[in-house]
Design a binder for this molecule. Structure first.
Ligand code: SF4
Length: 703
């Protein structure tokens, strides 16, 4: 154990992993973090999970990039397999910042000047600060001259946001997850919070212990089922069938909150009419759920004094992801379970700053604060503020950018802190696109799988090395503070972005994050009341917050909705089957996700000693009956094959999985799950169906 007396400094910050946004204190001696404590933040009340507590030593990994790198002449970009991240000098040479920045910017500038701004694209990061996200999107929009800027929100809740914007006029949560403690009924659907939002899960469990009814809906039986009143395991991909059958019950049994529907919504009649065929009996053949169970959970939700909905990637990452969210929103609206304490709609945001990065404008269709780029009045305002003409056309999204690279339309990219060579669906296709780029600049902590394709690699700053704000899933803006010096010649991301901007012809002078934040307040009405000084003082302020003397609104939609009519809109949904269904050649369904110990593509947690020691190796989780059916023993190495590729990894027994479905986490580079996944897109949110594709199992070819 480490005694408190050994610490010589403490720095208050926020956990860099998930969207819960736990407040932490770094305990530091001799410029090294000795340990991390939980602080009494409004989201976590002192609690932390294993990632927040132990996941800090990635910052001092020997694999940190400490010098700018330039690709050696004649080294092809299609050979990441033989590149060792611990020894980049086989493929790259070290360079000065001056040379690296000049080279990085000159390559982008040449493409822009020859083919225009639409030949370039940028991926920002949900791991950086709000200020970095804001300046990055501003660089793309004003320096490249197009709206081709996106980030990993596209891979997580883009469909939820599309549905929320369309129906209730705001893409963020309507209430904090902590409101579960005020709810009589808690519905968790397509989410596995004990793994992905562990501290939020502790609030759900506590609520269940004090008597709230917990309804869990997921094809896979999650660990939280021990606390659940109902664990409903529907067939993967049958979400609309199941939710619509709940809506049908509520309408047929007269459980609709008439007063709420009349007072605050529109489009109810068309929705009710669309539900006629969705009886629980008719849908049982599709969802596999007993009609009586559907009735029970529908009644429990509709008749509760207060009921709140949480959903995650299990719902959003489908080609029908937007429809899934629309149906859930209809459930809340028709029962009036929104706008009061203990009610609401809460898409559990994944990354620590995916909410903030989206708010700050790392989205191709909207400027900061979700203001459409296609709206002339909005554009005029941003043109006046940023002093340049702006592209009226929405930009391309993550997967569309990959396709545009393959078509030769996009030739250059700037990627800050994202790892599409691991995170993108059908990742071989995405890697081929990265290899095809004429010019790629990557700014990151490590030589990630993506950086392996770069022409220039810029060594960046880790979260404990910088000042900045992040926004969690509860819409709470919180301050992170610099606790450690930068290693070697690594630099602040804010500095790197500005140096790039200057070389693209922009005359920027932001003297630190406070100045960038001050400009954001002017661009974004929702945070107008949040000043840097106030964040320093209060450590957490919830938006929307329009004036400095306002506390910020934890629960929104109390008096209608920020839509044109002021009403929430019902949008009927139809059943769309998954894009690629099992058949004779590929008889199983593959679903992907995270594990408790590892974060997303593993860039940080796989370089954290404690976490990688607990879960060092990729495994495919298989139900007992499928293990038997295919003659596999737990621990055997197997080959998992889809139409897009194959990986080999160990088999693991998992009794929570239904027969016919296997699970692979996407964090292991040596067995990258996204080699297998399908890149078919939801037409509205442009999110890929990484939660569902057809696979088969074979014996492994190697040891
Ligand atoms: Fe960090 Fe999320 Fe764990 Fe909290 S719950 S400690 S924010 S990873």
């Amino acid at each position: 154990g480490v005694g408190k007396q050994e610490v010589d400094r403490e720095v208050h910050s926020v956990c860099p992993y998930c969207g819960v946004g736990c407040q932490i204190t770094y305990k530091i001696k001799d410029d090294r973090i000795l340990y991390v404590d939980g602080r009494e933040g409004p989201a976590n009340l002192g609690r932390l999970c294993v990632k927040g507590r132990f996941g800090f030593d990635y910052v001092s990994s020997p694999q940190r990039l400490t010098k700018p790198l330039i690709r050696r002449d004649g080294i092809a970009k299609d050979a990441i397999a033989d590149l060792d991240p611990a020894n980049p000098l086989t493929h790259f040479r070290e360079a000065t910042w001056e040379e690296a920045l000049d080279r990085a910017a000159a390559g982008l500038r040449a493409i822009r000047d020859a083919d225009g701004g639409k030949a370039l694209a940028g991926f920002g990061s949900a791991k950086g600060s709000n200020e970095e996200a804001y300046l990055f999107q501003k660089l793309v929009r004003t320096g490249f001259g197009s709206n081709n800027v996106d980030h990993c929100t596209r891979l997580c809740h883009a469909s939820s946001v599309a549905a929320l914007m369309e129906t209730v006029g705001s893409g963020a949560v309507s209430a904090p997850f902590n409101d579960a403690e005020k709810a009589d009924v808690i519905l968790v659907i397509g989410a596995n919070p004990t793994v992905n939002h562990p501290v939020a899960a502790s609030f759900f469990k506590n609520a269940a212990k004090r008597g709230a009814k917990l309804i869990i809906i997921d094809p896979r039986g999650t660990a939280m089922r021990r606390y659940a009143t109902w664990m409903v395991q529907h067939r993967p991909g049958s979400d609309v069938a199941l939710i619509n059958s709940m809506l049908q019950v509520i309408v047929a049994e007269g459980l609709v909150d008439r007063q709420y529907v009349e007072g605050y919504t529109e489009g109810y009649a068309a929705l009710a009419e669309s539900l006629g065929d969705f009886t629980p009996e008719a849908m049982a053949a599709i969802s596999g759920v007993e009609p009586e169970t559907v009735r029970e959970v529908a009644r429990a939700f509709a008749t509760a004094k207060s009921a709140i909905i949480f959903w995650g990637m299990g719902l959003s990452q489908h080609i029908h992801g937007t429809d899934n969210a629309r149906a859930l929103i209809s459930l809340a609206l028709m029962t009036g379970q929104v706008g009061r304490p203990g009610t609401g709609l809460h898409p559990l945001r994944g990354q620590n700053n995916v909410q903030g990065a989206s708010d700050a404008g790392l989205i191709p269709m909207v400027f900061p604060d979700y203001q459409p780029v296609s709206d002339p009045a909005v554009r005029a305002r941003f043109e006046a503020m940023w002093g340049t003409e702006l592209d009226p056309e929405p930009g391309l999204t993550v997967v569309e950018i990959t396709d545009a690279v393959h078509r030769g339309v996009i030739r250059g990219m700037y990627i800050m802190g994202e790892n599409p060579a691991m995170s993108d669906p059908n990742v071989s296709h995405a890697r081929a696109a990265l290899a095809k780029l004429d010019h790629l600049v990557v700014q990151d902590l490590f030589l990630t799988e993506t950086a392996a394709f770069a022409d220039v690699v810029l060594p960046a700053s880790a979260w404990p090395e910088k000042d900045g704000t992040v926004t969690n899933t509860n819409r709470q803006v919180q301050r992170g503070r610099k606790a450690l010096p930068l290693p070697g010649e690594a630099r602040q991301d804010l500095w790197i972005i500005q140096e790039m901007a200057r070389r693209l012809g922009l005359d920027w002078h932001y003297d630190g994050p406070a100045e960038a934040f001050a400009e954001m307040r002017r661009a974004m009405p929702s945070i107008a009341g949040i000043s840097w000084e106030r964040l320093e003082r209060e450590s957490c302020v919830t938006y929307p917050c329009h004036a400095e003397d306002e506390p910020g609104e934890a629960v929104i939609f109390t008096e209608g909705f920020p839509t044109k009519s002021g009403r929430g809109r019902f949008v009927p949904t139809a059943m769309v089957p998954p894009d690629e269904r099992p058949d004779r050649d590929f008889p199983l369904v593959l679903t992907t996700g995270r594990v408790l110990e590892h974060w997303h593509t593993g860039a940080m947690t796989r370089r954290t000693r404690v976490l990688d020691a607990v879960e060092p190796e990729a495994a495919v989780e298989i139900s007992p009956s499928d293990l038997e059916r295919f003659g596999i023993d737990p621990g055997d190495r197997v080959r998992v094959v889809t139409r897009r590729g194959a990986i080999e990894l160990r088999a693991r027994f998992d009794s929570s999985l239904p027969e016919g479905m296997i699970f692979i986490p996407f964090c292991y580079a040596e067995a990258a799950a996204n080699i297998l996944t399908n890149d078919a897109l939801d037409p509205f949110g442009k999110i890929a169906e990484v939660k569902y594709c057809a696979v088969r199992l074979e014996p492994a070819t190697a040891g």
